[in-house]
Write a protein that binds this ligand. Structure first.
Ligand SMILES: Cc1cc2nc3c(=O)[nH]c(=O)nc-3n(C[C@H](O)[C@H](O)[C@H](O)COP(=O)(O)OP(=O)(O)OC[C@H]3O[C@@H](n4cnc5c(N)ncnc54)[C@H](O)[C@@H]3O)c2cc1C
Length: 399
């Protein structure tokens, strides 16, 4: 093993032993975490700041674009229809992201607000409003005329109302993941660069066998191939498009938005990236190890949507398009459970297009379960699941 540096400043140790190595070194630590996306890096930070021994392993540097957590921005919102668990989790995560900001002095979250366009009186938005109100989470119901003042142009003909979450916004995802890993290291965790394979209750990395009281596999889209018998995941290609809307569309100022029934979401122009607009229907399958393809297939559908919802952007120049992977469970619930046959092996993932924001809150739950505390929710269990309602920003459908 030898020392090095990763982008974002965290110390890294690269596993250098070759696959042909016959000597297998054993390191016994409290927790080995494979995968430094939002789920794994959040868990490393949570455990390390509590004084526990942690080794965090990733094949890439934290924040790498090939990982699902490697995008610039991810929405953070509490609306989850009537689901109390995810509503509370997002609200708790917001507090924890703020704690990470306090530790690092970095601006990792932008509270730009979030507008949910409701086409029905009794849909996802009304359920979300009830669930948030019950938990004391700020939200307000705006009539379409009042909501129109939030955007430079807004088509409201089809809207029953708009649910506004003033304290929702965006997590600067790539930077946040790098900060989580860096702070985990600052609290004593060891970061190892290498591709790991399960070996009984251990992780084999470049010829080294890493063991712990727990070995947590938080491997995003790769979980399906690592644990094929227990993790039925669908990995898909999803596009993000960024439009040049000019200064009127800058965020903060212009909020984020979700059209749940139309499966569209986005933000104003934050950090000069352009106005982000994405079709959230399930994209085509994509192997986790395949190159990310060029974006563009969704542009016609997105432009049709812009003409309807934000007419001033209908012909806005496209600044950039990007592809990213979803790792979808059938019912869009996360996966967080102990392996049924391996006592010390745990599996965490299934972000299903809405996992980023929850990272630190899910980590708290997982940390509790690792310590023998409250069991993880049954719906996060392994194995087959029936299709369910989407908790991401899409009410339905494939492209
Ligand atoms: C386009 C897009 C938009 C999204 N929008 C939002 C949003 O607005 N809000 C939101 O909350 N969520 C959103 N999400 C979902 C969110 O980004 C994911 O749920 C979350 O990032 C998943 O994190 P993860 O840690 O499970 O996986 P990842 O970030 O993929 O991390 C897994 C890590 O494991 C590593 N790994 C895998 N296998 C191995 C191995 N064998 N050895 C070593 N390392 C390994 C990988 O290198 C990777 O770094 C979006 C996702 C996409 C694609």
């Amino acid at each position: 093993m030898r020392g090095g540096k990763v982008a974002g400043g965290a110390a890294i140790v690269a596993a250098t032993a070759s696959a042909a190595s016959t000597r297998v070194a054993c390191h016994s630590v409290q927790t080995v975490i494979v995968g430094a996306g939002t789920f794994g890096a959040s868990l490393a930070w949570t455990l390390a700041r509590a004084g526990e021994d942690v080794v965090l392993v990733d094949q890439f540097e934290p924040g790498d674009r090939r990982a699902t957590s490697g995008g610039e921005s991810r929405l953070i919102r509490c609306s989850h229809g009537g689901d109390a668990l995810y509503t509370a989790s997002a609200w708790r995560a917001r507090t924890l992201w703020r704690e990470l900001e306090d530790e690092t002095g970095e601006d990792l979250m932008a509270e730009i607000g979030m507008a949910w366009f409701a086409q029905r009186e009794d849909g996802w938005e009304a359920e979300s409003e009830r669930a948030m109100t019950a938990q004391g989470i700020p939200c307000e119901r705006l009539d379409p005329a009042a909501a129109a003042k939030l955007f430079p142009s807004l088509g409201t003909d089809d809207l029953a109302f708009v649910l506004y979450e003033p304290e929702a916004g965006v997590v600067r995802a790539q930077r946040a993941v790098q900060a989580l890993a860096r702070q985990a290291v600052a609290h004593g965790a060891k970061l190892v660069r290498g591709r790991a394979a399960p070996d009984g209750d251990a992780a084999l990395v470049g010829g080294e066998r890493l063991e712990g009281d727990a070995v947590v596999w938080a491997c995003g889209g790769w979980l399906g191939s690592l644990f094929a018998d227990h993790v039925p995941l669908k990995v898909t290609c999803q596009e993000l498009l960024f439009f040049d809307g000019g200064p009127a569309w800058r965020s903060p100022g212009v909020p984020g938005f979700v059209d749940y029934d139309l499966a569209m979401y986005g933000t104003g122009d934050l950090d000069d990236l352009g106005v982000k607009v994405a079709l959230d229907k399930e994209g085509p399958p994509l192997d986790p190890d395949a190159e990310l393809p060029a974006a563009g297939a969704t542009e016609p559908a997105v432009r049709e949507y812009l003409a309807r919802r934000f007419p001033a952007l209908a012909d806005a120049p496209l600044k950039e398009g990007r592809c990213c992977r979803y790792e979808l469970s059938a019912d869009s619930n996360f996966i967080a459970a102990r392996h049924p046959e391996l006592e010390r092996t745990w599996i965490v993932g299934g972000g299903s297009g809405h996992g980023f924001k929850h990272g630190p809150a899910l980590a708290e739950r997982v940390a509790g379960a690792l310590r023998g505390g409250e069991p993880l929710p049954a719906r996060f269990g392994l194995g087959h699941r029936d299709a369910g309602r989407s908790f991401r920003t899409a009410g339905s459908g494939a492209w």
